[in-house]
Design a protein around this ligand. Structure first.
Ligand SMILES: Cc1cc2nc3c(=O)[nH]c(=O)nc-3n(C[C@H](O)[C@H](O)[C@H](O)COP(=O)(O)OP(=O)(O)OC[C@H]3O[C@@H](n4cnc5c(N)ncnc54)[C@H](O)[C@@H]3O)c2cc1C
Length: 580
């Protein structure tokens, strides 16, 4: 219980985590409450946003991070306010998209000169430094907080360590020692902290600024494990971030770079993000009708019931774009498979050609076959989301096919970095700062043996594990989601086994009632006033790490708006609907 000398602060709603989803939830509460009480006479609502980082940017978008860390989505593809495409039963178009904000500050100026310079020099298809998006999010919080009407939003720079039923709602214990009682609580805490220990010579992290890269000496031989967005971030920080420069003639080193040997399961890093807006590929198999039928079935097996349809649409896209031979998806998924190289230099030569072709395909308006696959996968996301979130996959299939296959394959093809990053990687390869090791495993005598070059073993000075671990509440490091499980407040989400009578299998997510985001108790019922949104629910929802994109009726807002509606109904004493 709270210390008698320090009474708990009492609020109506506590939102834990003030990144994009946390602030969107508050924005939806404000928009709904205002529209329900237009004359301004509604009951005053006290909302508290809690995050150890600045409200708005939160951890991912914090405004102090190095300028080399770029967004992986184009300026036109981000918003934290619902644009008019979002079909909600509440007000939309309540604030600017990122692009609208950039245009406004280009004309009107801004307290941050870097933002103005970027806004004036860039276009809708450029990739902003993440800290500029952080400034947009910080402004969004200010405009939400200053919106007229009966909602008072306060901000607390603190960490919530425990959430316990009590105090007429929930009691929140804070790292500072304080406590808060809240009528309703929304958990919007983003990626879970990694549990992997940082042991000697091995750097890990969740955000690229967590890695402690200052510990990497110039000239060190570094094994960089991972080829996704985190790996590209680490490369940027250890090269341009250390004073190197990319010029039209190539990379000019600062002399402070280590040598980075890249190893990934697939052999090569993620493909460049295909940047050909408006181009579509045909859909003949994963059609709306097929999706309806699959979503209505019980216990489906993704590999046998869904993947053949997806693969058939990929093959169609491949053929339609004039590919010479049949589509070999295994070769697409692992471009080094079956290839052997006489020595490390021969592998680098192949890698140089691979990167050149990749950057060219990603920006070719004619959409060559390799790029068409990325477009086809991206296009299929809404259909796949519908099937995966219908909750009728078997646990075995979810773990094997979604966690073990689809997520990695789809991200590898379609969620990579801007082509600019791939061109920079090519320049770093030419400068000898980066080398490819290919798939590698620990060698019996020590070091890491390349599967692509017989006899090539790297004994690195340091290893960097550059990836964000998959969401898994059971194995995550300490954090509020783990605390909810330990306190018996929440439970892991599971899906039924394919084998009748066998126990259900965990998906890695925190369990919520999918219909309204209410956190489930260990016994299976729900907490009436404890909600969760976003990344910890991966497994109940899908691709929760993706932010909201204008023009797409983004699911991001459907989730935060639904929770806002439930929170307000709960506070108003409206009886909860009887849901399973
Ligand atoms: C390095 C990185 C780069 C990314 N780049 C892009 C991109 O370019 N484009 C894109 O669309 N998406 C990107 N993403 C995905 C990103 O997760 C989403 O865009 C978005 O930030 C998710 O919003 P969120 O609010 O759900 O989570 P987050 O942004 O992660 O916010 C969660 C917040 O909760 C806070 N928190 C956690 N635990 C507690 C606690 N116990 N008490 C109080 N506060 C807590 C954290 O400090 C954090 O600020 C990136 C993600 C990462 C990690």
């Amino acid at each position: 219980m709270p210390d008698a000398a320090e009474p708990a602060e009492a609020v109506d709603v506590a939102v834990v985590g003030a990144g994009p989803r946390g602030i969107s939830t508050v924005e939806r509460i404000v928009a709904r409450h205002r529209s329900a009480h237009r004359q301004g006479t509604g009951p005053e609502l006290r909302v508290l946003l809690i995050d150890p980082y600045q409200a708005g940017p939160g951890k991912v978008w914090h405004t102090e991070q190095p300028a080399e860390l770029l967004m992986n989505t184009m300026s036109a593809d981000n918003t934290v306010f619902p644009d008019p495409s979002v079909r909600l039963a509440s007000p939309v178009d309540t604030g600017p998209t990122f692009l609208e904000w950039l245009r406004r500050i280009a004309a009107e100026g801004h307290r941050n000169a870097e933002c103005v310079a970027f806004a004036r020099a860039s276009g809708e298809r450029d990739y902003a430094p993440r800290r500029i998006y952080g400034e947009y999010l910080a402004d969004a919080v200010e405009s939400i907080r200053s919106a007229p009407g009966p909602v008072r939003t306060a901000v607390s720079r603190d960490t919530v360590e425990r959430i316990l039923p009590g105090g007429g709602g929930h009691l929140l214990r804070l790292a500072s020692g304080g406590t808060v009682t809240a009528g309703a609580v929304v958990l919007a805490t983003g990626h879970l902290d990694a549990a992997r220990p940082v042991h000697g010579g091995h750097l890990t992290g969740r955000h690229p600024t967590d890695y402690g890269l200052d510990a990497v000496p110039a000239g060190a031989e570094v094994l960089l494990r991972g080829g996704g967005l985190n790996a590209y971030d680490v490369i940027a920080l250890l090269t341009a971030g250390r004073g190197g420069r990319f010029t039209p003639a190539g990379y000019v080193p600062s002399g402070r770079e280590p040598r980075l040997w890249i190893t990934t399961r697939r052999g090569v890093p993620y493909h460049a993000r295909v940047d050909t807006p408006g181009v579509r590929t045909p859909v003949a198999h994963l059609t709306p009708g097929a999706v309806d039928r699959l979503a209505a079935r019980d216990r489906i097996d993704f590999r046998s019931d869904v993947l053949p349809l997806l693969h058939a649409d990929l093959a169609l896209a491949w053929r339609e774009r004039g590919a010479a031979g049949p589509l070999d998806l295994e070769a697409v998924a692992a471009p080094l498979r079956g290839r052997g190289f006489a020595d490390a230099d021969a592998l680098q030569e192949w890698f140089a050609g691979h990167l050149d072709a990749d950057a060219a395909a990603a920006t070719d308006p004619a959409l060559p076959p390799a790029a068409a696959l990325a477009v086809a996968i991206r296009q299929a996301r809404p259909a796949l989301t519908r099937i995966i979130t219908a909750g009728n996959l078997t646990g075995e299939s979810y773990r094997r096919d979604i966690l073990g296959h689809l997520n990695g394959f789809a991200n590898f093809l379609s969620a990579g970095p801007p082509a600019r990053r791939v061109r920079e990687l090519r320049a770093l390869l030419a400068a000898g700062v980066v080398r490819l090791l290919g798939p590698a495993r620990p060698a019996p005598g020590g070091g890491w043996a390349s599967a692509a070059v017989p006899g090539l073993t790297l004994v690195p000075d340091l290893v960097i594990d550059a990836w964000i671990p998959a969401v898994d509440v059971a194995s995550a490091g300490p954090g509020i989601v783990r605390a909810l499980l330990a306190d018996g407040v929440g439970r892991p989400h599971t899906l039924p086994s394919a084998t009748p009578g066998a126990p259900p299998l965990p998906t890695g997510a925190l369990d919520v009632r999918a219909a309204d985001g209410r956190v489930r108790c260990p016994g299976g019922g729900v907490h009436d006033a404890l909600f969760a949104v976003g990344v910890p629910l991966e497994g109940v929802r899908w691709t929760t790490a993706i932010g909201a994109r204008p023009g797409t009726d983004s699911a991001f807002f459907h989730e935060t708006d639904q929770v806002a509606a439930e929170v307000l109904a709960h506070l108003a004493g409206v009886p909860e609907e009887i849901l399973p």
